[in-house]
Design a protein around this ligand. Structure first.
Ligand SMILES: Nc1ncnc2c1ncn2[C@@H]1O[C@H](COP(=O)(O)OP(=O)(O)OP(=O)(O)O)[C@@H](O)[C@H]1O
Ligand SMILES: O=C(O)c1ccc[n+]([C@@H]2O[C@H](COP(=O)([O-])O)[C@@H](O)[C@H]2O)c1
Length: 208
């Protein structure tokens, strides 16, 4: 890398992973909040390839990628990244963080997530390495995906403090988008208009 390249190389790099089946309005708000509050140079939006932790099969990656491209199109510094859908085997976040470390030498990485995922972090693959690779940044989440209220509400990963993102608690979730679509109800309050159109045009989430 030349000295000039080093001056302009991204120094604050975010990773926001998810099934994004489909991406909804709160995903977009969370990405915008992360970019602004963490002053990110780039935020990689990474749809999961093989979600080893989910029971249900995900919608084909090509559709989830296309919907992410629509949902995050207007978000400056967000970059939809297909890498996990192209990787064989389970999608492990630590693998993606290590790839980003190689691609952005010297950058500080930020791993962005909702609180439900933060509470489950200890079960992730190589969980102990996550907090070494990235600063873990968490947005609170309201029902129905909120974490158990009896649990410690200041989550930590084996002693690693998690950084809070300021985001008004939102009950939006992709399950409701899929359920409403299957019932023939409108989802325009839950997803961007472009995503609603894509769902309709490609007959996604419709009842059999
Ligand atoms: N309403 C929300 N508030 C805060 N974080 C959220 C919210 N919805 C999703 N997230 C976060 O976005 C990331 C990706 O979530 P995901 O794609 O699984 O969406 P979801 O709405 O949780 O989907 P599903 O209902 O299918 O479980 C996760 O880190 C999740 O915690
Ligand atoms: O690396 C892991 O073991 C791991 C376990 C659970 C979830 N994740 C990642 O967390 C992100 C959000 O997951 P989800 O279930 O909310 O879509 C997504 O990128 C998943 O691949 C990663």
């Amino acid at each position: 890398m030349s000295p000039a390249d080093a001056m302009t190389a991204p120094k604050r790099v975010g990773l926001f992973g998810g099934a994004f089946d489909p991406p909804h309005r709160t995903h977009v708000a969370l990405a915008e909040a992360a970019i602004a509050q963490l002053q990110l140079d780039v935020l990689h939006i990474v749809p999961t390839g093989h979600a080893w932790h989910k029971q249900r099969p995900l919608t084909a990656a090509e559709h989830r990628l296309a919907m992410c491209s629509l949902a995050f199109a207007h978000v400056n510094r967000a970059q939809v990244d297909a890498r996990e859908t192209l990787r064989s085997g389970p999608s492990y976040t630590i693998d993606t963080l290590q790839e980003l470390q190689s691609e952005y030498p010297g950058a500080q990485l930020y791993l962005v997530m909702g609180e439900d995922q933060a509470k489950a972090l200890a079960s992730w693959h190589r969980a102990e390495d996550l907090g070494l690779a990235a600063i873990i940044c968490v947005a609170s989440r309201s029902e129905p995906h909120a974490a158990d209220s009896s649990a410690d509400d200041s989550p930590k990963l084996q002693g690693v403090p998690l950084q809070r993102l300021q985001l008004p608690p939102s009950p939006l979730n992709a399950t409701e988008v899929r359920d409403r679509t299957a019932r023939g109800q409108s989802v325009s309050a839950l997803v961007l208009e472009s995503v609603a159109r894509y769902i309709d045009q490609h007959h996604l989430y419709q009842a059999d």
